[in-house]
Design a protein around this ligand. Sequence first.
Ligand SMILES: Cc1cc2nc3c(=O)[nH]c(=O)nc-3n(C[C@H](O)[C@H](O)[C@H](O)COP(=O)(O)O)c2cc1C
Length: 125
Amino acid sequence: MAAQPYTSDDLNYNDNNSRTTKEQNEKTVRPEIGSEKISLNGYDTIFIGFPIWWGEEPRIMDTFVESYDFSEKTMIPFCTSGSSDIGASGDNLKANAGSGNWLKGERLSLSSDIEGWINGLELFN
Ligand SMILES: Cc1cc2nc3c(=O)[nH]c(=O)nc-3n(C[C@H](O)[C@H](O)[C@H](O)COP(=O)(O)O)c2cc1C
């Protein structure tokens, strides 16, 4: 959760001056995370999901991946969106994380075959 929670005004993408519009326009912004840091001990495969904002991962996801060491872990990005594909977001997260074995990301929607997607993942090579 964000240290400063997102209000509905913050999330207004019709407003060029809304918080999220400004954050997404600036790739280096790193909104602070407010929740406790979590322990990744014992996890070797991590699904990392997020909504698409302005075609990309929310900047707070960059804060998140920069806060952890994903060495030896398989990272699987997935997104939801109105219609946009995952685009460069998985690669952005991988680059910003700087560690971990990142698989290709996927956009999931209500009509996605999620079980088929999971079963088709190259987790064990
Ligand atoms: C600030 C903001 C920007 C968004 N930008 C996009 C976008 O560029 N493309 C898109 O398909 N959806 C966009 N969305 C829609 C979200 O991705 C979508 O609301 C989210 O994945 C959750 O899905 P749901 O609303 O169906 O629960 C945006 C939403 C917000 C709040």
